[in-house]
Design a protein. Structure first.
Length: 214
């Protein structure tokens, strides 16, 4: 867990942290052919990362096409979801062909619950039907529990950094337009809506342009 903590907390972004978690999951648990992580926030797109070849199509069906599966079920129910033989599991018939084609048999999806309004799941894919065993599940749950704390800390850091960037952008708008604080916030909001971007992205662009013109 010390290695996991070091890897995740040194990540530059939450997306990079999820990628590192997926890589770590494959290496930490014997028999795992793919580790997949998904986070779903309120009103925003899901964030997904995975490592390992078998199971890529299963992830695409769930997290791109929106097909129901163990990862989404675990995130939705906030409960452990297991499938000893995914190719024959009647709960998710749409995943059966992909499971057979990719040689994925057993799956364990462990819920991730971040305090900052996000849910998700850590999914472990196995190449045999004799998994997951008790040791797999205990290790996987310990991994998920530690990851929740680390990912929430990264979210907190990102929120703090985002707030500082927005404040700088508001200052740029006030200087350029000679307006008040509330009007500057309205300008930033309206610009973000018009461009179809989030406020952070517009703030980054404003600051970059101001720096080039300085």
């Amino acid at each position: 867990m010390h290695e996991l903590t070091a890897r995740l907390l040194s990540a530059d972004t939450l997306g990079q942290a999820l990628e590192r978690l997926a890589v770590f999951g494959v290496g930490a648990l014997p028999g795992v052919v793919r580790c997949s992580v998904v986070l779903i926030g309120e009103g925003g797109p899901l964030i997904h990362a995975g490592h390992g070849g078998p199971g890529v199509a299963i992830d695409k069906l769930q997290y791109t096409a929106g097909t129901d599966g163990p990862g989404l079920e675990s995130a939705r129910s906030r409960a452990l979801v297991t499938a000893p033989d995914l190719a024959a599991d009647a709960r998710w018939p749409d995943l059966a062909h992909a499971a057979r084609t990719e040689g994925v048999h057993a799956v364990a999806a462990i819920p991730l619950d971040l305090p900052r309004a996000e849910v998700g799941a850590l999914s472990l894919y196995f190449g045999t039907t004799d998994a997951p065993g008790a040791d797999h599940l205990l290790t996987g749950m310990a991994l998920a529990n530690q990851s929740e704390l680390l990912l929430d800390e990264l979210r907190r850091r990102e929120a703090k950094s985002s707030g500082a960037t927005v404040d700088r952008a508001i200052g740029v708008i006030i200087a350029q337009r000679g307006c008040g604080v509330q009007e500057a916030y309205d300008v930033l909001r309206d610009t973000a809506q018009r461009l179809g971007l989030d406020r952070q992205a517009v703030a980054d662009r404003l600051i970059a342009v101001a720096a080039r013109n300085a």
